[in-house]
Every structure is written in C-alpha cells, then in structure tokens.
Write a protein that binds this ligand. Sequence first.
Ligand code: GAR
Length: 189
Amino acid sequence: MKNIVLFASGSGSNVENIAHYFKSNPDVTISAVLSNKKDAMVLERCNRLNISSLYFNRSSFYEKDLVRKILRTLNPDLIVLAGFLWKMPRNLIQDFPDKIINIHPALLPKYGGKGMYGNRVHQAVKENREVETGITIHFVNENYDEGAIIYQAKTTISPEDTVQSIASRVQALEYKYFPKIIEKLLNEG
Ligand code: GAR
C-alpha cells in the first residue's frame, strides 16, 4: 500500500481530482490533506470526500516542527503540493528527498517564483503574448518553483484567448496529467 499526503491552500479542485482518480485503486491511499488556510475550500471538500484533513499555522510549520512530526508519523511515499503557496522548510525537504512534488500552472522556468499563482500567471502569459503555456510538475527544493522538472504538458494560445480561457485549458491539463504522474512516481518508488 502506497500513501500520499497532499498540501493545499485554496480551492482544492486538484485534490478532489486526485482523490477521484485513486478512489478505485486499493494500492494507493491519501492519508491526509494539510492546509495552511483555515477557511480554504479544500477543507470543505475533504469533509465531503471523507479524507482526513488538518489545518496548520505558520509557527507550527516553520518554528515548532509540528507538520514535520506529523509527516514522520504518516511516513508518506509521496508528498504532493496541489496549490500550496508557502515555501517548504529546508529540514522537511531533507527528510523526504525526491519525495515532494509540486504542480505549477505554466511552463517553468518561465512564470514561476513568489507571488506567481492562479490567474496572475495566466495574466502575465497573456500580456507577454506567449504562443504557448501549460503545466509543470517538478520536485520541490528550497526555492519557489525551481526543483528538477518531472513533466510538462503544453497548450497553444491564440490572441483571442482570455485569462479565463487560458486558465481553463491549463486546468484541464492539470486534471489529466497530475494524477497519472503521481501514480507513475509511486510505481517507480
Ligand atoms: C493550480 O492551478 C496549481 O497549478 C496552482 O494552484 C492551483 C490550485 O488550484 N499552483 C501554483 O500556482 C503553485 N505556484 P486548486 O486549488 O483548484 O487545485
């Protein structure tokens, strides 16, 4: 049995999609979803989906090592950041080498870094008249959106595209590929 822990700060639509993907797979379980936002929609989703979830604050993450202790207990095969916007602490990355992955809604190394999330990314992509965008799934290191790239998928952009239409195509790529890449990494690990 493989177990994964997810981190999310927002709506949690990727969390729900991943949960749905693995629902009928007896070999993979989501042991917990951890969130740094008390009122994040992802926590409501977890209640509805019957997935254990936990809120943590800044000091339990960066100072008191509480999240690290929880992770050591859960001993996940993979830690998946699905819309999680805080930097991972160094000691946590050291505890789980090559076991923490993130998804970013652009083709890194472009359009990454602090403050680059959600529609801000798509807005910047549109303003720069990019002809393509996509998703990047990568290992997490101590800098935002910088670890080794595992997988990218692309979509083309036309001048008629809006931020919303770009967002929904990128989201479709996330839903299609993120669970499959998670499954592949679990099978390899
Ligand atoms: C996703 O689009 C993900 O790529 C992005 O947050 C969104 C979460 O959506 N992550 C980042 O921007 C990380 N820098 P969701 O809460 O609906 O799954």
